[in-house]
Design a protein around this ligand. Structure first.
Ligand SMILES: Nc1ncnc2c1ncn2[C@@H]1O[C@H](COP(=O)(O)OP(=O)(O)OP(=O)(O)O)[C@@H](O)[C@H]1O
Ligand SMILES: [Mg+2]
Length: 241
């Protein structure tokens, strides 16, 4: 079981979206994942809820959600849950959706991750928060308490301003970055909250009309982006169990 975490000190950097993109790609490939909400917002649980409604179910029994947040859970409990999940042989991946904070729980949780993704949108305020997060990871690295780390550029416009180019370079100088960039697309972020993309496309494409048909087309593009992200992740950590 490959454990992947998304980490930042700042809220709203794209942690949950990144992990949901991976969940989409994992499910579309026919693999399994344990989605671990370590944030009281419980975004994975919300995602699952949004995927099921009257007359439709775009959730998958290959995805399980558990809730172990930093307020009510000890790191020991998280470790036990991850060990049990690994031993069950049921999951190809576990995705740790951490709260956006420098919290001791997060520092400890990161020890279980083979890969930590740090989403970063090139902007002045984001850079101010990125450096301390990367410094925590460097500290953990020195104690061999963290796996691989990659900065992931997110909410990227097709053309960056001169200032944004500088913020991007500043991030690149601190840590290795992913080749994959996540585009800025409010539509994608919205679509991804509504259900697992592959399941939605499969369920609706045959009879979609008009605007819904257009939306399904966008979902396919979004799913291709998800697959690209997972492919790069697998290239870093290997995809075998
Ligand atoms: N690529 C994107 N393009 C446009 N909007 C995005 C993108 N990624 C995320 N968003 C939006 O930005 C907001 C924050 O994203 P997300 O919830 O993934 O961040 P987070 O780091 O998990 O936040 P939190 O710290 O609150 O858990 C959400 O409203 C989401 O819809
Ligand atoms: Mg989140």
């Amino acid at each position: 079981m490959k454990v992947i975490a998304a980490y930042s000190h700042k809220g709203g950097t794209g942690k949950t979206t990144t992990l949901m993109m991976l969940a989409n790609a994992i499910e579309a490939r026919g693999q399994t994942a344990l989605l671990v909400d370590c944030d009281p917002q419980q975004n994975f649980a919300m995602y699952r809820r949004n995927s099921q409604g009257e007359g439709f179910d775009y959730w998958s029994d290959r995805m399980d959600v558990i809730y172990l947040d930093f307020e009510g859970t000890t790191v020991r409990q998280l470790e036990e849950a991850l060990l049990a999940a690994d031993e069950s042989g049921k999951y190809d991946y576990a995705l740790l959706n951490l709260a956006g904070a420098d919290h001791p729980f997060n520092r400890l949780a990161l020890r279980y991750a083979e890969l930590t993704l740090v989403p970063f949108k090139p902007a002045a305020t984001e850079l101010a928060e990125l450096t301390p997060a990367l410094n925590v990871l460097k500290e953990l690295e020195q104690e061999s308490e963290v796996g691989q780390v990659r900065v992931l550029f997110t909410m990227m416009r097709s053309k960056l301003s001169a200032a944004q180019v500088l913020y991007k370079e500043a991030a690149e100088q601190q840590y290795p970055v992913m080749q994959t960039h996540i585009k800025e697309t409010a539509l994608f972020a919205d679509l991804v909250m509504r259900g697992l993309l592959a399941r939605t496309i499969e369920g609706e494409e045959p009879h979609a009309q008009g605007l819904r048909k257009t939306e399904i087309g966008r979902m396919k593009e979004a799913l291709a982006d998800c697959m690209g992200l997972l492919e790069e992740v697998n290239g870093i950590i290997g995809s075998e169990q």
